[in-house]
Design a protein. Structure first.
Length: 301
């Protein structure tokens, strides 16, 4: 049976390429820093790989000129390359068309390393009455993302908690701390459902629908991370080579490596159900390949 060499895959695919979309102040930069385990700003390169001065890029954005083809790479996680689509809710139609063209070109790129591998669409919850705006409607109704999974990322989800508390404050008098937390959590769920954002994202008439969604809270605090986003993205990929490429960027995320290994083992067991002979060597390799920083050797006895 042919096996997949993780190191060879990383050479073929290169970096895992993500497009992050969202309006201004959606928390996109913080998410990328959390994913890459850094507080530093990224290095920025143009489409040809030439490094660009970050101050020049900022000045260009302030003038209303944003180039989605620019590539952001954090020194702490060189296995990622990010593209940022500035919030086009207040932009021109040209800005939106530029984003659509970029997505189409990257989705259908001939070389795997040039393709877009995932899209993170950020929707902030600190304005729950404005969760689904014209920008979201245009993207999900008009954009063709092909086989590239879109992950809906609800940022600043903690903003719903004080709203929930304010609505049921009188009901919480005299209840235990545990019961109070439970009721507030229930109210948060009701508020989130009331926005109708999930129904609108999954509208059958949409050209693109999220493969899954995640909720991110308190990303401004030092003890938080984006592991759930990385996990959902990994399992949203329908290409095992891309999964291996993404997992290889996670030097310290042992939990994700274990989950991928177990998922592979279970999947192979289902395929082999009913067969008398099990190839344990293949099983061992299928588990070990999800731990990119281990050297795997075959020993013959």
């Amino acid at each position: 049976m042919a096996t997949i060499n993780p190191e060879k895959i990383r050479r073929i695919i290169g970096r895992f390429r993500v497009l992050i979309i969202g309006r201004a102040n959606a928390g996109k930069t913080t998410i990328l820093q959390k994913v890459c385990n850094t507080i530093d700003q990224p290095d920025i390169y143009d489409a040809k790989g030439n490094k660009i001065d970050a101050d020049v890029v900022k000045a260009s954005i302030k003038r209303g000129n944003h180039d989605i083809t620019n590539q952001m790479v954090f020194r702490s996680s060189p296995g990622f390359v990010f593209h940022d689509s500035c919030g086009f809710e207040a932009g021109s139609e040209g800005e939106f068309e530029s984003m659509k063209r970029f997505v189409s070109e990257r989705v259908h790129a001939t070389e795997l390393k040039e393709r877009l591998h995932a899209i993170w669409y950020c929707i902030p919850m600190d304005e729950s009455c404005r969760t689904f705006q014209r920008s979201e409607e245009k993207f999900f109704f008009e954009c063709d993302t092909g086989h590239v999974p879109v992950i809906a990322v609800f940022t600043k989800f903690e903003a719903l908690r004080p709203v929930a508390y304010g609505e049921i404050k009188k009901e919480l008098k005299g209840v235990s701390a545990e019961e109070r937390s439970k009721r507030i959590a229930q109210r948060v769920e009701e508020l989130f459902t009331k926005t109708g954002v999930c129904d609108r994202l999954c509208n059958p008439e949409n050209r693109t629908r999220p493969k899954c969604h995640v909720r991110l809270e308190n990303m401004n605090k030092p003890n938080t991370n984006c592991n759930v986003l990385l996990e959902r993205t990994t399992f949203a990929l329908d290409n095992e080579q891309l999964r291996l490429c993404l997992v290889s960027t996670q030097q310290s995320n042992l939990d994700l490596c274990i989950k991928c290994a177990v998922a592979t083992l279970v999947g192979r067991a289902h395929k082999l159900f009913g067969l008398l002979r099990i190839d344990y060597e293949v099983y061992q390799y299928d588990i070990a390949k999800w731990f990119p920083h281990l050297k795997v050797r075959r020993t013959f006895i």
